[in-house]
Write a protein that binds this ligand. Structure first.
Ligand code: T1G
Length: 705
């Protein structure tokens, strides 16, 4: 077994290198290796100072999260870092932590147990544990406030975002940024502090004093807003508050109690599932290992509307020059003004410098002609959701694009094969379905056609990562993974308001469940006309006699398309603030009456079950049909594209948490009441429930094949 920790000597400085690729996680054997090396260096009379550094691209990315994954199997993870950190801190010789890449979670906790910390210019440090549904478990909530102060420690631990090197020095977390030869600079620093007293972080209590209770109150309120429904951020705040009340060791015990609370929560199981899921979706079984993505140096986008403009921004943000074509100069101007407006907002929030804004704008070339399209490596069509229009455009693109150019469509529902069939290069055609706003939403649904080549699939998946997206591969069917499943989710929302639930109660029930927004609020934001266009395209495919929603079309016929027209399901003021619309309520009642739909009291439980179980049932069908490769692909699609709460793990993981037999029984109930055409349970769901299996288990099985 390769040595996880190496000890070397540069004159009178011992250098301990952690080498556990790919991210130097604190897997079993690493803390023990560090401890042994520190003891050896302390015992060596020649050694005056000790450096701890990471091999490869990073310092330490934290505890080995795979260890947590074992919890599901009922094993208690080995997480006994604390004593090793005390040994480092109690070393009579100064220990300098030399951090390049990331020092995250347990990685920063190791670093803070050292006496000094030096950083490479691009280094980042952070406590991201809350993003896994847990909190720091190795004194991070006790040592960080001692170095950075309570307010910053609260922000770093409750939100989990890393900070850059310079800020870490300014806050007192680190001592110096070393430019140029990093190890050389670290050795020089170590020699300079060798004779100085080694400051122990646990004894630096000055920043813990006199912190008003309001600081914690504010942090809790912010956590409740930003991480709605989550326990971990509140637990992190509690642990840091304990640091201001208790001595170091008692504070560590309180942290350990809170850590274990979180660790064994379904929230943590769900978020660890999402962590590994986000990495698993990038792995495409069956794609030849040697397939090489095509390099994308130049891009072009058809359409500068909401989607086209956002897609162009993604390319510019990734440093890829992009042409944006519109049909008229007015439409182009409108589109470019929205793009510049979006960048201005980011600059106003301090997320981008004005110089960066101008650099990105300079990468976007607006035009009303196809000039330059012949040089693009990928051309993305982002026009209105109409098959005839998309076909016409692909016929045109096929004639002028260079032979090895990829032709991508941003369609959110339409048949990729039908679009590809109008070209002479169906192997180069693929779906790249971005989500609105395309420059913000992290999901990219890559849709393979039956002719899409392995290179083109690999390129689209790699491009997703380059554009800062989480790319999920979907098969070609109506609506692919996301929109195919969202149709029954919306269907039930429409039916529930027709049967008596108010628009507000329906939105609130799903919001309280954890969805970013209720379904009807989402539709008001996106525009009811999008769903209307899709329903019109689908009308011919509907089975006669099956119940269909009635109100949504009526609202559209009255021009009520949601926020953009000030009225939809709800009414919106000039600040787009929603309020109940009595006219909508009256319309719903009259439509229900004329359709003889019985109206009744409907509980929030029924609202959630019908919407979420409709989603899960269709999800099982999407899996059966091979449209999604794994259940986790569906989970990641819904978390990054449809506002499904990550702390529930996604719809399929959530179903496992509830228990498939229970989900199935509830669906059977709905089938009984609303008919098999709407609620026939998916065969896969029935099979798994009968076999006592889970969707996660199914993924594991596939992985092991
Ligand atoms: N444990 C195990 N595996 C890990 C890992 C970790 N901490 N971090 C990454 N990996 C795997 C990952 O699954 C992938 O595997 C490969 O490494 C490359 O990762 C005690 C309790 C460091 C910013 O939350 O944020 O410490 O897919 O694709 O984009 O209080 O990984 O190749 O098989 O993400 O360059 C806290 C988690 C743990 C940081 C690098 N730490 N990692 O990003 O590569 S809890 C974290 C990251 C803790 C203590 C507590 C990122 C990264 P595979 P990657 P990347």
């Amino acid at each position: 077994m390769a040595e996880l920790v190496r000890l070397a000597q540069l004159g009178d400085v011992a250098v301990i290198t952690i080498d556990n690729p790919p991210v130097n996680a604190l897997s079993p054997g690493v803390p023990e290796g560090i401890d042994a090396a520190v003891k050896q260096a302390v015992a060596d009379a020649q050694v005056r100072a000790i450096i701890i550094i990471g091999a490869g691209s990073t310092f330490i990315a934290g505890a080995d999260i795979r260890e947590f994954g074992k919890i599901v199997a009922g094993e208690r993870p080995k997480l006994t870092l604390l004593p090793y950190l005390l040994n480092i801190e109690d070393s009579p010789k100064p220990v300098v932590m030399a951090i390049h890449g990331q020092a995250l979670g347990g990685g920063l906790e190791v670093a803070m147990a050292g006496h000094y910390r030096v950083l490479a210019p691009k280094a980042q440090v952070g406590q991201p544990e809350v993003k896994l549904g847990i909190i720091p478990g190795a004194a991070g909530t006790q040592r960080l406030p001692r170095l950075a102060g309570v307010v910053k420690a609260l922000e770093m631990c409750a939100e989990g975002n890393p900070i850059r090197a310079q800020e870490a020095v300014e806050l007192g977390i680190a001592d110096k940024v070393i430019e140029g030869d990093f190890l050389g600079g670290a050795v020089e620093f170590a020699r300079a502090v060798a004779e100085k007293p080694a400051p122990k972080t646990r004894e630096r209590n000055e920043k813990l004093k006199g912190v008003p209770a309001a600081v914690f109150q504010t942090a809790r309120e912010q956590a409740r807003q930003k991480a709605r429904g989550m326990r971990a951020p509140l637990a992190a705040i509690e642990a840091i508050e304990a640091a201001t009340r208790l001595d170091f060791f008692a504070g560590c015990e309180e942290e350990a109690r809170l850590f274990n609370d979180c660790l064994f929560s379904s929230e943590a199981q769900a978020m660890i599932h999402v962590f590994f899921g986000e990495r698993a979706v990038g792995k495409i079984p069956g794609l030849p290992k040697d397939v090489k993505p095509i390099e994308i140096r130049r891009a072009a986008v058809i359409g500068a509307g909401t989607m086209g403009g956002g897609i162009a921004m993604n390319y510019a943000n990734a440093g890829i020059p992009v042409i944006v074509k519109e049909t008229t100069a007015e439409a182009l101007e409108r589109g470019m003004a929205i793009i510049r407006g979006n960048y201005a907002k980011s600059a106003a929030k301090g997320k981008l410098s004005q110089e960066a804004v101008e650099q990105r704008m300079a990468l976007i070339t607006p035009q009303v002609t196809y000039d330059g399209f012949e040089e693009a490596d990928i051309i993305t069509e982002a026009v209105f959701e109409n098959m005839a229009l998309k076909k016409r455009i692909f016929e045109e693109l096929d004639k002028m694009a260079k032979a090895d150019a990829i032709l991508a469509t941003n369609t959110s529902t339409l048949d990729i094969d039908e679009i590809a069939a109008v070209t002479s290069r169906p192997a180069m055609v693929i779906g790249t379905h971005f989500f609105s706003p395309a420059n913000v939403m992290r999901l990219l649904e890559v849709v393979r056609g039956k002719a899409s080549s392995p290179e083109v699939i690999a390129t689209a998946m790699a491009l997703g990562k380059k554009l800062g997206k989480v790319a999920v591969l979907a098969g070609n069917c109506h609506g692919f993974i996301g929109n195919r499943m969202v149709a029954p989710y919306f269907r039930e929302a429409y039916f529930l308001v027709e049967e008596g639930a108010s628009v507000e109660a329906l939105n609130q029930a799903l919001y309280d469940f954890g969805m970013a927004m209720g379904p009807l609020a989402v539709e008001d934001l996106a525009g009811l006309d999008i769903g209307w266009a899709i329903r019109k395209e689908r009308a011919a495919h509907l089975k006669p006699g099956v119940r269909v929603p009635l109100v949504a079309d009526k609202l559209c016929e009255q021009g009520r398309f949601g926020q953009k027209s000030g009225r939809g399901w709800s009414r919106y003021d000039e600040n787009r603030k929603a309020s109940a619309d009595p006219e909508t309520a009256a319309l719903i009642e009259s439509v229900a009456r004329s359709a003889r739909i019985e109206r009744r009291q409907i509980s929030n439980g029924e609202i959630v079950d019908r919407c979420i179980y409709a989603l899960i049932n269709e999800g099982a069908r999407v899996l059966e049909d091979g449209i999604a490769l794994r259940a986790v692909d569906i989970d990641i699609t819904y978390i990054y594209g449809y506002g499904f709460p990550a702390w529930r793990g996604g719809p399929m993981f959530f179903a496992d948490t509830v228990g498939l037999p229970k989900v199935l029984a509830r669906i059977e109930e709905f089938k009984e009441r609303h008919g098999a055409d709407l609620w026939e349970p998916a065969p896969l769901l029935k099979q798994l429930a009968a076999d006592g299996k889970t969707f996660k288990g199914l993924d594991k099985q596939k992985e092991q094949r």
